[in-house]
Design a binder for this molecule. Structure first.
Ligand SMILES: O=C(O)CCC(=O)C(=O)O
Ligand SMILES: [Fe+2]
Length: 214
């Protein structure tokens, strides 16, 4: 290992609240496998800005891989087995993605995680995700694994009951946040992306959200 291989900061585990943990740098060593994976998925299922049931075009561009993919349109939020843009099945979850998700869940204390859905979010400058709960999945006993790549962002993590009092968590390239158990339905979101250029992703932040949806 040369000194340039060393992580910028030690891999650290930060308890955000009960059931929610930030694993700093956990994905750093596999980031150069994840980014080509994203490119491959997006070559089959392109990034698109979906529309909420309320008619609002999302600022975050999205695509999916896995047996199930998360979509939204005028009919509502849901999971589908096919990409509505092409009518074809979502691409498979690349092996490196799945391995990382399993290992991160394990490290956070949720063993046996087997995701069937991976939502890929792409944030350009100004893109944001308002506070929300992830609740379109069938089994809230399964955790969520969220991987940050590229430009840094501010992830917000709050309570299960309401949107008030969310704390700001800085997430950087290679960071992984895992939440489950009593935190599974906690409100969370991402503040508007600041302009910047990252050596691995250019002007974007990518996020992989792994879930057991079915
Ligand atoms: O981009 C992130 O860090 C969070 C994404 C998220 O909450 C979601 O896709 O439901
Ligand atoms: Fe979410």
């Amino acid at each position: 290992m040369t000194h340039s291989d060393l992580p910028l900061w030690p891999e650290t585990r930060v308890e955000i609240r009960e059931g929610a943990v930030l694993l700093r740098g956990f994905a750093l060593s596999v980031a150069d496998e994840l980014l080509p994976g994203i490119r491959e998925v997006a070559s089959v299922a392109e990034f698109r800005n979906m529309v909420t049931p309320g008619g609002h075009v999302m600022s975050v561009a999205m695509t999916n891989c896995g047996r199930l993919g998360w979509v939204t349109d005028s009919k509502g939020y849901r999971y589908t087995t096919e990409d509505p843009s092409t009518g074809k099945r979502w691409p498979e979850i690349p092996e490196a993605f799945e391995k990382l998700a399993r290992e991160a869940a394990d490290a956070a204390g949720f063993s046996g995680f087997a995701p069937d859905a991976c939502l890929i979010n792409r944030y350009a400058v100004g893109a944001r995700m308002t506070l929300h709960q992830d609740r379109n999945e069938q089994d809230f006993g399964q955790p969520i694994v969220s991987v940050s790549l590229g430009l840094p962002a501010t992830f917000q993590f709050g309570e299960v009951e309401n949107r008030r009092g969310a704390q700001n968590v800085a997430v950087r390239h290679g960071d992984v946040v895992v939440w489950g158990g009593t935190a599974r339905l906690a409100y969370h979101g991402v503040l508007a992306l600041k302009a910047g250029v990252h050596e691995a992703t250019g002007e974007y932040r990518f996020n992989l959200t792994f879930r057991r949806a079915g």
